[in-house]
Design a protein around this ligand. Structure first.
Ligand SMILES: Nc1ncnc2c1ncn2[C@@H]1O[C@H](COP(=O)(O)OP(=O)(O)OP(=O)(O)O)[C@@H](O)[C@H]1O
Length: 304
């Protein structure tokens, strides 16, 4: 039995529209299917968790955005249920990262014919002293998280989503945050090596290159078991931070002085004041975070 977890609200209704299209296909009608719509934040995680002990589940297909896949991965944990993804969100960086392309009908067709599974290594994080959780795409601390927070809570996000230009709200929020943001002094350990980073704009950690709806923020990130890509931006004047984000879509920002592209499998970041943090695009604040590459992989159904 194939289980669909659908976030109808993802992408400002695109999740629901995508699933309606899938239901009309022959591929869908020929599958043995059970589907669930999510009703609230955290619901996808609860549904996914309830599937772990069900021996009839062949695979879980997620229709939604990055927030939905984040919840499903946390609900399933390292239980080896194959996971397929059909983008229905506004950013869809997970789809970009794992190379999912095409219209929903093509993706479903391809998922049903896929014979092999691709391993995908999640990261784990713990912020302050809360429970450890998984992240799927990336985490960011500082300026990018403050920008994501502003975009998520903006009145214009809905409008940009309607126009199918989710990145527009991120760019507008970025310009707003840039005028007031103050870089912080952070204590960072990278695989046990401690350093104080003054005037730190941001630290980003990624399982693949994409962030914010297609920005290639960590151009050298590859899906792999041992290391994350880590982007550190510090000691830059504001105009250079703007230049950085203008070049980021092309992945050329690594040439800017004050931009470091590193690798690590274990990081800690400590601040003496609460700072913004984003986890797969969802934001909060914290003073301490601990980030690790997960030991085990989940199985993603590839679609070509
Ligand atoms: N029925 C619902 N109504 C409103 N919100 C929901 C519902 N079901 C789930 N959610 C919440 O919607 C949020 C956004 O979902 P998701 O991230 O998948 O879409 P998106 O933000 O449009 O896409 P992306 O993250 O790729 O930009 C999630 O945090 C989820 O908890």
């Amino acid at each position: 039995m194939w289980v669909f977890i659908v976030n109808p609200a993802a992408g400002n209704g695109r999740g629901a529209a995508t699933f309606e299209r899938l239901q009309k296909t022959l591929a869908y009608q020929q599958m043995q299917v059970q589907y669930y719509y999510t009703d609230y934040e955290g619901h996808a995680e609860e549904i996914a968790h309830s599937l772990i002990t069900n021996p009839d589940v062949t695979a879980v297909i997620v229709v939604g955005g990055d927030g939905t896949i984040h919840e499903v991965m946390n609900g399933l944990g390292h239980h080896k249920l194959p996971i397929g993804f059909i983008p229905g969100g506004s950013g869809n960086d997970f789809a970009r990262g794992v190379g999912i392309k095409g219209c929903p009908e093509e993706i479903l067709e391809s998922l049903t014919h896929s014979e092999e599974l691709s391993p995908y290594w999640l990261g784990t994080y713990r912020i302050d002293d809360k429970k450890e959780r998984y992240f799927v795409n990336s985490m960011g601390i500082g300026f990018d998280a403050a920008t994501a927070h502003k975009a998520n809570h903006s009145s214009y996000k809905k409008l940009f989503n309607k126009l199918r230009f989710g990145t527009g709200s991120y760019v507008l929020a970025l310009l707003q945050v840039l005028t007031t943001f103050k870089p912080a002094t952070l204590e960072i350990t990278l695989d046990g090596e401690k350093r104080m980073v003054e005037n730190c704009w941001l630290i980003s950690v990624g399982n693949h290159p994409y962030y914010g709806g297609g920005m290639k923020i960590m151009p050298n990130a590859a899906i792999q078991p041992d290391k994350f890509s880590v982007l550190l931006v510090h000691s830059l004047p504001k105009w250079k931070v703007l230049a950085l984000f203008l070049t980021v879509f092309a992945g050329k920002h690594e040439k800017i002085r004050g931009v470091e592209l590193l690798e690590a499998s274990y990081l800690t970041v400590t601040s003496n004041i609460p700072i913004h943090i984003q986890i797969d695009g969802q934001t909060t604040t914290c003073m301490k975070s601990e980030i690790k590459k997960g030991d085990d992989s989940v199985s993603v159904i590839p679609s070509k």
